[in-house]
Design a protein around this ligand. Structure first.
Ligand code: ADP
Ligand code: MG
Length: 728
């Protein structure tokens, strides 16, 4: 079978190429075929270096060699110099005063260089030209390099590693395309092994697999590549949906605890009354959804999505109430149990404390388990407070059902934690946990508990339909009444940043605290020209201390710190031992420090709108008017325009939709975070396509939930292979 043939059987690979291919996960012909171009290079015209003349404005394409920093003639002026070479000749390039360019461009990389050609003592040179890394040489110049079969609309550009260039990809793929086996697939003469069943292909006019592969890798017209991408986008979303629909169908067959406490019942409404605030309509609706699911006898799988501060904890508490006031079937004492998992120790502790406040009037115990030990409420000695208890005692009380609500971090999913009647699992900030971790808590019991996943990361509807196709969705799109809106300003100039500092000074003087967010942790990354401009946490903290906020206590927080260090720093910030916390976006999720009411985000153009929105959420918890300043180095109108949506958008969902439409699909960080390919992210922009893929998957699974029918054996096989690759 062609697709499973190892590449080393088909091509003579140097050891370097072999290991480079292994590194990017390309071992078989199939994997190579599914390694799609990142983009198509321009076919803009350039000149051969041999044909350059002094005084002209020219563009050339070639390879960089001997690029280095040096000093000019009198040794004063720092500069970068080197050569560009193509098949015809080579030419000198010089950048005065810009020695860093030598560090930005990798030796041997392919570049496009434009500028004026000057004669320097009889040698032609480009002086301070524009330079840009490109994936491959453009067609009209590189024709001699690409040879016959070269695409005519644009050259496919792949992500490359040492020894494996875009040109290598091109030739390797041409070889595969020419094999008889492949040709038979193109002409539909081979047995149909297309992952998309032919009926579905026909319904949506999608090309067959082999044709789409040729169109993807060597398009002869623009529409070729477009149609091919559409097909592969459909394919990926279709398989994600197939998996989700299957999970859902299997779940529907499982048994769960029946909790019969309608939202309108006296107990539930009394509990709601005790919260001290009326639920928002959205909260009320979510509570009703959940309590209705509880009564069905099948396990609930529901996602609760809502902005930071929208009140997810209250929904969790009210529904937990229903569980812990229900007696397990056939028993005369005890209650059903709730497991509530949070991503960090601080969050777990916060939930523990709020649950104590909400449930202290009831005869139930609440436990906390983290890597640092266990606690139980109420304490035998002090019925109004909690006490530290030993782990073994804790585990015993969870196992015999004595502790009704168990709150914890990852510690909660350890094997040793066994429940008596775990009926309801709540996972806070669920995107912080892997799928496997999430399922662990829900799946370790004979009777499947109800599952509520909560997230403050609003995602576009199409993405939710795709990623969470196996979950039902409840959305908190309303903020509790009387909440102060974060005053947001886009600070594009230095004067505006001063304004942010003025505000910070005022608030610091009044005893408040501030966040400053930077896109990077430390020194510039030499590979990325861009990063030179972006502020780093370490540098910025030093600068602020030295020049701007001399009298404030400043500390830093970033992802390279150890988890314990991070938690300790957050703890000190929460205790107000730190005035200004300079951090990367790690503060995005997590802790509630009500006294912090100003956030200044540097390099705003580097974040997605929904990510900025998340960051801004850090300051809305307090009673003081919150402020958010988004600073950007970018002068581009488009950037400022994009950022202004932060001021005008109603909620996080609106911003996530804007992110999806405005940024390049591949840039959308959620895609990467979820392991969705760039191609599929394009589908996510298209509601019709996502719905079509979902509908087809639903129909298939409705007829054959386990995909055991012979006509579905290929689908079952592909699904299994995909899973193995995803969850290794
Ligand atoms: P999140 O959705 O970010 O987890 P929380 O559940 O922590 O939000 O709620 C944020 C704050 O809002 C808490 O102090 C909570 O008591 C309060 N709150 C929640 N719901 C309401 C409501 N309906 N009216 C007023 N305050 C509310
Ligand atoms: Mg929360």
């Amino acid at each position: 079978m062609l697709f499973s043939t190892p590449l080393s059987d088909l091509f003579r690979l140097t050891p370097q190429q072999g290991s480079a291919l292994q590194k990017i996960g390309l071992q078989t012909v199939g994997e190579l075929l599914y390694h799609f171009p990142l983009r198509y290079g321009e076919s803009a015209s350039g000149k051969f270096i041999r044909d350059l003349t002094s005084g002209e404005q020219a563009t050339i394409f070639g390879k960089v060699t001997s690029l280095k920093t040096s000093k000019s003639f009198r040794g004063r002026m720092p500069m970068a110099e080197g050569f560009i070479e193509d098949d015809t000749s080579r030419v000198k390039v010089i950048w005065l005063h810009q020695p860093y360019i030598a560090k930005l461009i990798q030796p041997d990389s392919l570049v496009k260089v434009s500028g004026k050609v000057t004669d320097r003592n009889g040698v032609l040179a480009f002086l301070n030209p524009e330079i840009e890394s490109i994936g491959v040489l453009p067609v009209n110049i590189g024709k001699s390099l690409f040879g016959e079969g070269a695409p005519t609309v644009g050259v496919p550009v792949y992500s490359e590693t040492k020894g494996i260039t875009s040109r290598w990809f091109f030739h390797a793929l041409q070889r595969i395309f020419k094999t008889k086996e492949f040709q038979d697939m193109v002409s539909n003469e081979a047995t149909d092994t297309d992952p998309i069943p032919s009926a579905i292909r026909e319904r949506y006019k999608l090309p067959n697999l082999a044709t789409a592969l040729v169109w993807m890798h060597a398009p002869q017209k623009d529409s070729d590549a477009e149609v091919a991408r559409k097909r592969f986008a459909f394919e990926e979303v279709f398989f994600i949906q197939l998996k989700n629909q299957q999970t859902r169908a299997l779940q529907a067959k499982e048994k769960s605890f029946i909790i019969d406490k309608p939202a309108a019942s006296v107990g539930v409404s009394n509990f709601i009354e005790r919260l001290g605030f009326p639920l928002t309509e959205a909260q009320q609706k979510s509570v009703e959804d959940i309590l209705a699911d509880f009564a069905k006898g099948q396990p609930m799988s529901r996602l609760l999505e809502g902005d930071v501060g929208s009140g997810k904890t209250a929904v969790a508490a009210v529904t937990s109430y229903a569980a812990v006031t229900t007696r397990p079937k056939g028993r005369v004492a005890g209650t059903l149990q709730v497991g509530y998992m949070a991503p960090t120790e601080i969050l777990a502790r916060q939930h523990f404390e709020s649950f104590i406040k909400l449930f202290r009037h009831m005869p139930i115990s609440i436990g906390l388990i983290t890597g640092n030990g266990c606690r139980k409420f109420p304490s035998k000695i002090n019925p109004n407070g909690w006490t530290d208890i030993s782990r073994s005692q804790f585990l015993k009380w969870v196992a015999n059902g004595e502790i009704a609500v168990v709150i914890g971090t990852h510690a909660l999913i350890q094997k040793s934690v066994k429940f008596k009647d775990l009926a309801y699992v709540i996972i806070d900030e669920q995107h912080r946990f892997g799928t496997a971790q999430r399922q662990k808590l829900a799946r370790k019991h004979d009777v499947t508990p109800h599952l509520l996943s909560m997230t403050a990361t609003p995602i576009p509807r199409t993405l939710a339909l795709t990623l969470y196709g196996d979950l039902d969705l409840s959305i908190l799109d309303q903020m509790p009444a009387g909440r102060k809106k974060v005053l947001t300003e886009i600070a594009g100039t230095i004067g505006q940043r001063e304004k942010a500092y003025d505000r910070m000074r005022l608030e610091l003087a009044a005893g408040r605290q501030c966040y400053v967010i930077c896109p990077r942790i430390d020194e510039p990354d030499p590979d990325k020209e861009q990063s030179i401009l972006a502020k780093s946490v370490k540098e910025e903290a030093k600068r602020l201390k030295k020049d701007v906020f001399k009298d404030s206590r400043i500390d830093i927080l970033h992802s390279k710190m150890k988890p314990a260090e991070k938690e300790a720093t957050m703890e000190r910030f929460a205790k107000h031992e730190i005035d200004i916390l300079v951090a990367t976006s790690v503060v995005e999720v997590g802790v509630n420090v009500p006294n912090a009411n100003v956030i200044l985000i540097e390099g705003g153009e580097r974040f997605g709108l929904s990510q900025l929105h998340q960051l801004r959420g850090r300051v809305i918890r307090g009673t003081h008017q919150p402020y958010c300043f988004v600073a950007t180095e970018s002068k581009s109108d488009k950037t400022v325009e994009r950022l202004k949506a932060l001021v005008t958008a109603k909620n996080g969902f609106e911003l996530s939709e804007l992110d999806l439409q405005m940024r390049g699909a591949g840039e959308l960080y959620v895609g990467k975070q979820w392991g969705i390919s760039d191609v599929a992210m394009e589908a996510i922009k298209n509601l019709k396509m996502v719905e079509a893929a979902r509908k087809e998957a639903q129909t298939l699974i409705a007829n054959d939930p386990t995909l055991l029918k012979p006509e579905n054996s290929l689908l079952a096989h592909i699904l299994k292979t995909r899973e193995e690759n995803h969850f290794e």
